[in-house]
Design a protein around this ligand. Structure first.
Ligand SMILES: [Zn+2]
Length: 105
């Protein structure tokens, strides 16, 4: 019997985490420092706590992640300074897509 393992959730994207597969289990990996945590840390409070180690990167994390997840649609710097608007809209779209995708799995 496989031990009880925690599964990565799309929701953990907001904590700046992706995951790696190790054997039968998934381990959360921070996209900022690339640290791999234990499977037991695959839960919001643990991941959120880790993210707090990168306070200046909290906002960047989401961009990192969305650009990783959807590299063709990289964020574009708008000369007029509407950078944030563009990114957040794109981000929102990305998350919506991610959510929907997870429903179909
Ligand atoms: Zn980290």
């Amino acid at each position: 019997m496989a031990a009880k393992t925690r599964k990565f959730s799309e929701d953990y994207v907001k904590f700046g985490f992706t995951f790696i597969e190790k054997g039968q289990s998934q381990l959360p990996q921070c996209v900022i420092c690339m640290n791999v945590l234990s499977n037991d840390s695959m839960r919001p409070n643990r991941l959120g706590r880790h993210l707090k180690q990168h306070p200046t990167l909290v906002l960047k994390t989401k961009e990192f992640f969305s650009s990783k997840a959807e590299s063709p649609k990289r964020m574009r710097l708008d000369k007029s300074g509407s950078y944030h608007t563009g990114v957040s809209q794109h981000l929102k779209a990305s998350f919506e897509i991610a959510k929907e995708t997870s429903y179909y799995r």
